[in-house]
Design a protein around this ligand. Structure first.
Ligand SMILES: Cc1ncc(COP(=O)(O)O)c(C=O)c1O
Length: 350
């Protein structure tokens, strides 16, 4: 059964939620970028989830409306969270905790032994400013780090703290609910603007893409959602994303179910690997910045945008079509790698 956006919103309203993000985020047309990507290509639009507010914004402000509500509902007095040293997730979650008055301890995986003091820049600097307690460990992002985070949580529990933990089975479906809502916004805004997208692009290997795909299927939209992977997990991501979407559907009490074939998960724009810039991503970053004055960073959003650019240039869309790119934020990360980026960004000399 296809749902209307108000009906989907009513279902989502059953799940505890706090207000953190500036919503709806704008959906903006990119005239000069569209032209620069391809003069005969589609109109390209950007869904400004980099403008969700809360310490430089990004997709986790939406996620945290549900996750922090869950933490508060469960009576937590401490959030134990973790990811990479330059995690956008941890920065935004630390900001959300500051806003509601929850303590947060971050377990940040460096992925290697320390050879020099960790540079306090970008997201890590913001984590400190916003008052997170921080522990940097050798584990890499993924299952080893998840295990470490669980151990740290036990340490706090033994000290009597009521911990809300970065625990994938709890976190991912709730986060996905928030992106079903983002899809509802896209449907409402594009309708009001007088177009129906030919495709929606997003940078995701997890809950964000799962949520957008769930929203799309629940609302019966006829166009695809393309999740461009910033990382490849050691599991089948189409299965994982559809399972996350289905758990989210159960949470909000709708009958929509996804199968792996409902997920378009595209791994070919990863470049040299997670966290490493790709040439096409650097081109996407400079092209968007120089035509629209907007920033995508090199780890997530620039790579996803490079996928969109490649599809447009390969002729997958017509000039009378519209394509939407969801900007999931993450921009503070560029300052942690200023030297590397400065060496790769082509200079303009007039
Ligand atoms: C800027 C940015 N975009 C996209 C993502 C992907 O989100 P998800 O883990 O929900 O796939 C992240 C995750 O950290 C991110 O920081």
């Amino acid at each position: 059964m296809t749902l209307s956006t108000p009906t989907l919103r009513t279902h989502i309203a059953r799940v505890p939620r706090i207000s953190l993000a500036h919503l709806p985020t704008p959906l903006e047309f990119l005239p000069r970028f569209s032209q620069a990507v391809s003069p005969n290509g589609p109109r390209i639009w950007i869904k400004r989830d980099d403008c969700t507010g809360l310490l430089f914004g990004g997709n986790k402000a939406r996620h945290n409306e549900f996750l922090i509500a869950d933490a508060l509902a469960k009576g937590a007095d401490l959030v134990v969270w973790g990811a990479g040293v330059q995690s956008n997730n941890c920065r935004q979650t630390a900001a959300a905790c500051a806003k509601v008055g929850l303590d947060i301890h971050l377990v940040l995986g460096r992925g290697k032994p320390a050879t020099a003091p960790d540079v306090v820049q970008g997201n890590l600097l913001l984590d400190h400013i916003v008052g997170a307690s921080i522990e940097i460990v050798e584990e890499s992002i993924g299952l080893a780090l998840d295990q470490k985070i669980a151990e740290v949580a036990e340490r706090f529990r033994a000290r009597g703290r009521k911990v809300y933990l970065w625990d994938r089975p709890v976190v991912l479906p709730l986060a996905a609910v928030s992106y079903a809502l983002c899809m509802a916004e896209i449907v409402e805004q594009s309708t009001a603007l007088g177009f129906e997208p030919a495709a929606v692009y997003v940078s995701s290997s997890g809950s964000t893409g799962a949520g957008v795909a769930l929203g799309a299927k629940a609302l019966g939209v006829p166009y695809p959602v393309k999740s461009i992977a910033p990382m490849i997990w050691p599991w089948d991501s189409r299965k994982e994303l559809s399972a996350t979407a289905n758990q989210a559907a159960e949470l909000i009490g709708i009958e929509t179910r996804l199968i792996p074939d409902d997920i378009q998960f595209i791994g070919e724009y990863l470049g040299p690997g997670y966290g490493q810039p790709s040439d096409a991503g650097i081109e996407a970053m400079t092209l968007l910045a120089r035509t629209e004055g907007l920033l995508v960073e090199h780890i997530y959003t620039a790579k996803a945008l490079s996928g969109l650019i490649d599809h447009v240039r390969a002729g997958q869309f017509q000039a009378d079509q519209d394509v939407v790119f969801i900007h999931t934020g993450g921009t503070p990360a560029i300052f942690a790698e200023a030297e590397m980026l400065a060496a790769r960004i082509p200079r303009r000399v007039l």
